[in-house]
Design a protein around this ligand. Structure first.
Ligand SMILES: Nc1ncnc2c1ncn2[C@@H]1O[C@H](COP(=O)(O)OP(=O)(O)OP(=O)(O)O)[C@@H](O)[C@H]1O
Length: 439
């Protein structure tokens, strides 16, 4: 049987071509008619008007037919999409708007849904649904498959190493070696020999030749943690090594090539370090190719209840947080960030005898020293509405976490109508499903 040939037609090219042809046709017909009327008839105006109306009608009908043909499959898609349970759950008001708004609404819902699904499926170990965490996940998706150097910044315990591992997991080098160096944990005198290796007898104690981390990470990834704590001389050597793709072992003369992707992290403020002459600006620029910043937990309080439930899930016993405990967690300053939250939850899980964590079980938490000042501080560019919305969002998430995502009960707790809660859930883009998952 003869195979029929298949063509791929791009709508965004074909539609403008069709309409351009129609416009050209209209111009040619009008021009011809004008000439014809002037040559043969005295009553030019009525002839022109009649033909003009005919041409306009023709163009309109042709345009309508074309757009119907194009929009028919779109309409069918939107109708089918609206029937999906996930869509009905999140948007029961599709029929209220005009056609264009309806299409826009459905497409926004679908893309939103897909992006969340994608991120959650790809990074199940990174918990959180704040805007900032979603933006971090989309940055990871973009940068992971490339060989670009990544600089992760953020306070201690914000998840920098977790993010570095997520990048590695989704990179082309995931099968290659992954070498992590904590630059702050290695004594200054030993750091260079750790990074670049040393030859036998290079210094007292160098009883044999040793490969450096750059060499060991060849064809893989080198994670330079706490890079802000690196001494200036080592910084100069790191810069040279990164620029040239080669290094020399301490006490050696031979140049060793390496093919390494660098991910660096620090909890220090580079602006301060550079200003104080503690960090080389050129090395900073060499590392800062793709920056990812992880804000402290107190700046993304909406993630606290989900993270807390996530850490409790790991516990064998069925343990839940009381609403009072959630409120306490929400106002704590969290200087140790997510690491501190994890530790507090682990301790509370042991202390909660009947499976419910109460405020008294949250031992070691800085209650009363709440850094509300941090949140409510009148820093430059403060926006009252944004701050209030952040607080409102956190309270709604706390209620939804408590009810395991059941909106009727959450609305009761909050003393608002279910419909009003639904509107707020949409406004703040709260992912109720993930609360069900972790609740
Ligand atoms: N978004 C998150 N979801 C789940 N667990 C998290 C998240 N962020 C951090 N954690 C957990 O918190 C702990 C601390 O994270 P991590 O070691 O990555 O922080 P860090 O920023 O590298 O800290 P440091 O600067 O002190 O080295 C780890 O147990 C990590 O798994």
């Amino acid at each position: 049987m003869k195979k029929s040939r298949q063509y791929f037609i791009r709508l965004n090219i074909i539609v403008p071509i069709i309409f351009s042809c129609l416009a050209i046709l209209t111009l040619v017909v009008t021009y011809r008619l004008t000439l014809y009327s002037i040559d043969t008839h005295g009553d030019t105006i009525s002839y022109l008007a009649a033909w003009g109306i005919a041409v306009v009608l023709f163009t309109f009908i042709a345009g309508w037919l074309i757009s119907r043909t194009i929009l028919k499959p779109v309409e069918a898609f939107v109708r089918e999409a609206e029937k999906l349970p996930a869509m009905q759950q999140s948007a029961p008001e599709f029929n209220t708007k005009d056609e264009l708004s309806r299409y826009t609404q459905v497409f926004t819902q679908i893309t939103d849904f897909l992006s969340k699904m994608d991120a959650r499926e790809l990074f199940p170990e990174i918990v959180g649904q704040s805007k900032v965490i979603r933006s971090v996940l989309s940055q990871i998706i973009k940068v992971a498959p490339t060989d670009v150097t990544v600089l992760i910044t953020g306070e201690s315990g914000t998840g920098k190493e977790l993010v570095a591992q997520a990048i590695l997991k989704h990179s082309k080098r995931r099968e290659g070696p992954y070498i992590a160096v904590n630059c702050a944990a290695i004594p200054q005198g030993l750091l260079e020999s750790e990074l670049f290796g040393h030859e036998k007898g290079a210094f007292t104690g160098a009883v044999s030749q040793k490969k450096g981390k750059f060499e060991l990470a060849d064809k893989g990834t080198l994670f330079l943690d706490e890079i802000g704590d690196m001494p200036l001389e080592t910084q100069a050597k790191i810069l040279r090594a990164l620029e040239n793709g080669t290094c020399e072992r301490v006490g050696g003369t031979q140049s060793i090539s390496f093919d390494v992707r660098v991910i660096a992290a620090t909890n220090k403020d580079f602006v301060e370090l550079i200003k104080n002459g503690q960090f080389r600006e050129d090395l900073f620029h060499r590392l800062n190719v793709f920056p990812i910043h992880l804000p402290p937990l107190r700046h993304r309080r909406e993630d606290i209840p989900i993270l807390a439930e996530y850490f409790l899930e790991k516990h064998e016993k069925d343990i839940h947080l009381s609403p009072e405990a959630i409120q306490v967690l929400l106002v704590s300053p969290w200087p140790g960030n997510i690491r501190e939250l994890r530790n507090i939850m682990e301790r509370a899980a042991v202390l909660a005898e009947d499976g419910t964590i109460l405020p008294k079980h949250l031992t070691g938490l800085a209650i009363g020293e709440s850094e509300h000042d941090d949140e409510l501080a009148l820093d430059e560019g403060v926006n009252l509405d944004d701050k209030l919305e952040g607080v409102e969002r956190s309270i709604i998430i706390a209620a939804l976490t408590k009810t395991g995502g059941v909106q009727v009960r959450a609305a009761e707790i909050l003393g608002i109508k279910e419909r009003s809660l639904w509107h707020r859930i949409r406004k703040y883009e709260i992912d109720v499903k993930s609360l069900k998952m972790h609740g």
